[in-house]
Design a binder for this molecule. Sequence first.
Ligand code: GLN
Length: 213
Amino acid sequence: MVSVGILALQGDFAEHRFMMEPLGAQVYLVKHGSQLASLDALIIPGGESTTIARLTSSAGDSLLEAVRMKASEGLPVYGTCMGAIFLAREIEGSSQGRLALMDIKVRRNAFGPQRFSREQMLNIPSLGSEPFPAIFIRGPVILNVWGNVEVLSAVEEGIVMARQDNLLVSAFHPELTGDSRVHRYFLEMVRQRKQMCAASRWAGDVEAGSRRH
Ligand code: GLN
């Protein structure tokens, strides 16, 4: 079974849980860096990025460093909306705290204030030909990508879904829909990584075994 942590300091972590559990994942609500050691993946939910920055910047908080370390080792991390902002290397016009892990530059609140929140059918080829019902709530857009970032979907305002190796972001909220394809896509990333880790452990055991003989 795959164990998925959901950062539960603030925001709509409960909705991600309700999406993930029926897909067969064991879900853990994460509040401390030490919890990451035993997890196969992490979701950073939607919420308010300035609040999460403040909550994680308190002296002695190991959470940011733990996420950075595990992500650099290949832990799959999925950020929705606020989570995408928190993962970005650059935030337009802002020095607010962030993980700065993914090679993207974001613009916050790119669709305007709350009253411009909307649902829009999105074309996401990696999920198949059926359009995805994307819910935008004061969401960001991705203005620039670099490195090996793969753009998975875009609208008129900019890029709204992207992936870089083990990092996945969306500017919208799939956890608020009845469509689980984005969560299943992420779980597939997690399963592939789990298999790779098991295979390399197995290869290591074989090598150690052959050295013993
Ligand atoms: N507007 C919020 C921010 O900039 C993000 C909103 C959301 O996660 N739905 O942090």
